[in-house]
Ligand binder design. Sequence first.
Ligand SMILES: Cc1ncc(C[n+]2csc(CCOP(=O)(O)OP(=O)(O)O)c2C)c(N)n1
Length: 395
Amino acid sequence: MLCASAPPARRRHDVSPTGHATDVDLVQLLTPGGQLLAHPDYTPRIAHLDAAARRGLYRDMVLVRRFDNEATSLQRQGELGLWVQSLGQEAAQIGSGRALRPNDYVFPSYREHGVAHTRGVDLADILRLFRGVEHGGGWDPAEHNFHLYTLVIAAHTLHATGYAMGLQRDGLVGSGDPERDAAVVVYFGDGATSQGDLNESLVFAAVNNAPIVFFCQNNQWAISEPTTKQARIPLARRGDGFGIPNVRVDGNDVLATYAVTAQALERARSGGGPTFIEAFTYRMGAHTTSDDPTRYRSAAEDEYWRQRDPIERMRLLLEGAGELSPAFAAELEADATALAERVRATVKGLGRPPTGTMFDHVYGAPHAIVDSERAWLAEYEASFLDGAAAEGGSH
Ligand SMILES: Cc1ncc(C[n+]2csc(CCOP(=O)(O)OP(=O)(O)O)c2C)c(N)n1
């Protein structure tokens, strides 16, 4: 499958419209044109992925994108309060997610719908949070080894590091038994690298040799703030100052993100300590449905990244290798449509929770101020003539 005249996997001097060098020491196994590249360290990591496994990665990405588009539409129609798109980041999430073993544990931020899918979380459940019918999440973290979403930037990196140190103390690292050993992956964005919490996590992870992979999805923007305003060096090199090995991977290349994450996880599980991965990718959608990226982003930039679409390059690989039959493509299209319809029906069936539930979990024990606020809101809602607000409140 490897191209005889394959260019070296590490190339230089490609610069994106935002002024970022896009391929400085970038691990890439699959070009935007769908050609495989050889890499001495990482090609062996994908050698076992046969045609069915590669189709599986493609299928995951297509399904997650369809879900994401459906959720965006649901928000626009008033069915969700907010939506955080993962459009364009499918390869970073599916590749890294599929490299995990069941007993590894994931701490996501709030955009990791693709990773959630790889952990067996029903994608429709994620929307419970964004409809406001759940205040924590919509899934059981212990069932999926996939923690609840965290909206406070970088706060969960501390929890993740603590959890990883716990694995160590429970003797679940470096035992040599793959069924027993485990590691943690924590996902965060480029903006999170400017937070104190992440830097504190890196210190603790490094000095404790914690079994954790820091997975930064550099999607180029922290809302309207470009990465260039947050760092003078590639983000992966942040690891250097903490004594944490780092790797910068093409985040739009599902094979490379799989290979790089698999290697980092194996190191962590076997007692080799933390790794910092920067997945160089792009947020093709808005930051959230509350944001208008045309205010700060150019059409040229959009076009540059559209040509590096993670799903398209995998499709080109499969088609070129004769591994994508029309029957498979038609079945996948039908599955994606069925998923979208099920998600839509599930969300509409969720209804609206009574407004008073927002006061339920503020404190573990009754609290006078919360009680008076609850009573005030109930009285206020009851004052409306149609009484509609009292039934469910707004969302
Ligand atoms: C501690 C904290 N500060 C500010 C915010 C507001 N905020 C929400 S998302 C965001 C940008 C995050 O960018 P990045 O970390 O790159 O992640 P991305 O959304 O691009 O995936 C900010 C500043 C927040 N949620 N938490």
